[in-house]
Design a protein around this ligand. Structure first.
Ligand code: ATP
Length: 344
């Protein structure tokens, strides 16, 4: 069998949490009764990331993303199912696994809290047995892209979130891992630093063929780094495919146009007439004085159909059909994940 660099097969994970009844009083009572209930975080997650591929692992809050990443990182054991990362079960040979992967958990530090940043890197170099030339080349790269040098003497606990994240990303890449697991790696970073992280990850991945699995709520991270997506919902994979194809499958399209000032129709009647003319579930809104937005299913809302329908009512002066954004597509997918079921 041709294994992927990351391979998840029917992973499940159930957490036991304190049972609560509705409302604050119910939650407080739950503290004393000791009753517990189950949360099924993963309900049979299967997917594969081939070597060298950069995949976004997406889903709404609570979908099961971090739980999966923790299992792949060897921090958590699955209830059932199996996973292989770089050909190994994460918890079998923990030392070899630690050499093979780099991990960033945006919400948790992997560094030594009380030590200066430079000391963390010295320890990591020893732990991973890094040849000095490789360590120095990597530190130069991190300094160039993330200005890491200016943080070298600062204890990790004194860093701002953004400063710490720069050090975290660098630490994850320091030992040239074959697999990079990124869980919210740009949390707290400003726009410029986000772009620097994107550049670093892309450069390292392109030069070294690193396999990347990224979880992020930031669409800029996803579109800057990943070519593939896996979407989870309620602990199950509901979509896998190329990011490019996902954008083409947008369930709604938008066409915008403007019309000449001398129109006989007011905005509201125009909007309703246009909806009638287009038929089906197209929604028309008029912003400002003469800027019209038409949204609806891609087969209904094409530039040609909107132009024909609008020209029968007003003199169209400008018309654009913007490509759907990743944010729009993901919003639709998260709201109705069953839309994409069966496309696996
Ligand atoms: N240690 C835990 N104990 C109890 N429940 C947990 C634990 N970790 C996760 N869960 C629950 O498992 C489900 C999946 O959580 P997970 O953190 O994997 O989601 P996520 O997709 O990463 O969400 P987010 O986008 O908010 O980070 C949630 O319902 C969460 O509350």
């Amino acid at each position: 069998m041709n294994h992927g660099m990351i391979e998840a097969q029917e992973l499940t994970k159930v957490f036991r949490v304190r049972a609560t009844r509705p409302g604050l009083w119910g939650a407080v009572r739950g503290l004393f009764t000791g009753e517990t209930t189950e949360v099924r975080a993963l309900d049979g997650v299967s997917f594969r990331v081939p070597a060298g591929e950069r995949t976004a692992y997406l889903g709404v809050n609570g979908a099961g993303k971090s739980t999966t990443i923790k299992i792949l990182a060897g921090v958590l054991t699955p209830g059932s199912g199996r996973c292989l990362v770089a050909g190994r079960e994460p918890r079998q040979d923990r030392y070899a696994h630690a050499r093979a992967i780099g991990v960033v958990f945006g919400h948790r530090t992997q560094l030594w809290w009380d030590l200066p940043v430079a000391d963390s890197f010295r320890i990591l170099a020893r732990l991973h047995d890094l040849p000095p030339a490789v360590a120095q080349a990597n530190l130069r790269l991190f300094d160039e892209l993330l200005d890491l040098g200016e943080l070298a003497d600062r204890p990790v606990r004194t860093l701002s979130l953004g400063q710490r994240m720069r050090a975290e990303v660098a630490a994850a890449l320091f030992h040239d891992p074959a697999v990079l697991l990124l869980d919210e790696p740009t949390i707290g970073l400003d726009l410029l630093l986000k772009e620097a992280v994107h550049e670093l990850v892309n450069r390292v991945a392109a030069e070294r063929g690193t396999t990347v699995l990224l979880t992020s709520h930031d669409v800029a991270d996803i579109s800057a780094i990943c070519e593939h997506v896996v979407v989870v919902d309620a602990g199950r994979v509901v979509h896998t495919g190329r990011l490019h194809d996902l954008l083409r499958q947008a369930p709604t399209r938008t066409v915008r146009f403007e019309y000449a000032a001398d129109a006989d129709l007011d905005a509201e009647p125009l909007a309703r007439l246009l909806e009638l003319e287009l038929g089906g579930p197209a929604a028309v809104t008029v912003a400002g004085r003469r800027r019209v937005t038409v949204q609806g299913p891609p087969e209904l809302v094409t530039p040609q159909r909107v132009l024909a329908a609008a020209s029968a009512l007003v003199a169209v002066t400008d018309l654009v059909a913007p490509e759907p954004t990743l944010g729009e597509v993901l919003r639709a997918l998260y709201v109705a994940p069953e839309l994409s079921r069966g496309r696996r």
